[in-house]
Design a protein around this ligand. Structure first.
Ligand SMILES: NC(=O)c1ccc[n+]([C@@H]2O[C@H](COP(=O)([O-])OP(=O)(O)OC[C@H]3O[C@@H](n4cnc5c(N)ncnc54)[C@H](O)[C@@H]3O)[C@@H](O)[C@H]2O)c1
Length: 227
């Protein structure tokens, strides 16, 4: 199993026409509504070195499946998260936002007016997908794996929701320049994986994911306070 990433698509997903809503961007055309599928190109786009190195490994993993018929599956993750996620400034935004809400500090939004959108999937559902593949492997197949449209949220929306759920004000500042090559709106199209593995579905919605992250970080803080 190779845990690849949506960064293998570089900034190609940004070529899809978008519409700007009050608190988020979204795909403008109905045919794009289900999100990015595996036919999106992975070359001739701006990746970051992280994305390019993951793309190289993604291709090698595919090759082991196709050339040697090894039972290799490639999962291109959206935002994979859960109660044990240790978010940092540039990675793991839901976990990091909760950390700022509970422990203080200032969250920096980098570009796109805070309306950039990500789909989020609980680690339980990632593991379930891996289980389904392992039970019935298709050598060399590539799947996008994220929370899908239902679990998509923008940074502005996430701040609002986390403030409601923690009943705390979250301090943030806006930095004009977006991260280089950063996706504006990324929602994983889960159609291919669901059609190959119909027993799988997303079982944890956004509120359930956030509740677990908040509870876990509150417990960690209480433990640290008791020490
Ligand atoms: N979290 C995300 O949003 C996300 C999104 C897309 C793809 N991914 C991919 O999923 C994978 C896991 O990411 P994560 O966010 O859970 O990261 P993580 O840091 O929580 O987990 C990485 C794990 O790998 C282990 N590890 C690191 N170096 C190792 C080594 N040399 N040998 C053996 N184990 C080693 C670490 O101990 C850790 O348990 C990564 O390949 C990442 O690129 C993550």
């Amino acid at each position: 199993m190779f845990l690849s990433t949506n960064k293998v698509y570089g900034d190609a997903p940004n070529e899809i026409p978008l519409k700007e809503l009050e608190k988020r961007y979204d795909y403008a055309r109905p045919e794009d509504s289900a999100g990015i599928d595996e036919t999106c190109r992975i070359d001739r786009t701006l990746h970051s070195l992280f994305g390019a190195s993951k793309a190289a490994a993604d291709l090698v993993a595919q090759e082991y499946g196709r050339y040697f018929k090894m039972k290799v599956g490639i999962f291109r993750g959206g935002c994979l998260t859960g109660p044990s996620h240790s978010g940092v400034e540039l990675h793991g935004f839901l976990s990091y936002l909760v950390k700022i809400a509970l422990s203080g500090g200032t969250y920096s939004i980098f570009g796109y007016k805070g309306k950039q959108v990500r789909d989020n999937i609980h680690s339980y559902d990632v593991v379930r997908a891996i289980e389904e593949f392992a039970a019935n492997p298709r050598p060399g197949e590539v799947y996008n794996l994220g929370g899908g449209r239902e679990n998509s949220i923008s940074i502005l929306e996430a701040i609002e929701r986390i403030e409601q759920m923690t009943r705390r004000k979250l301090d943030w500042r806006y930095v004009e320049e977006a991260r280089k090559g950063d996706h504006i709106c990324y929602i994983s199209n889960l159609g291919k994986f669901k059609s190959h593995y119909p027993n799988w579905k997303v079982t944890r919605g956004l509120d359930a994911i956030l509740e677990e992250i908040i509870a876990s970080q509150r417990a960690q803080l209480a433990q640290a306070g008791a020490r």
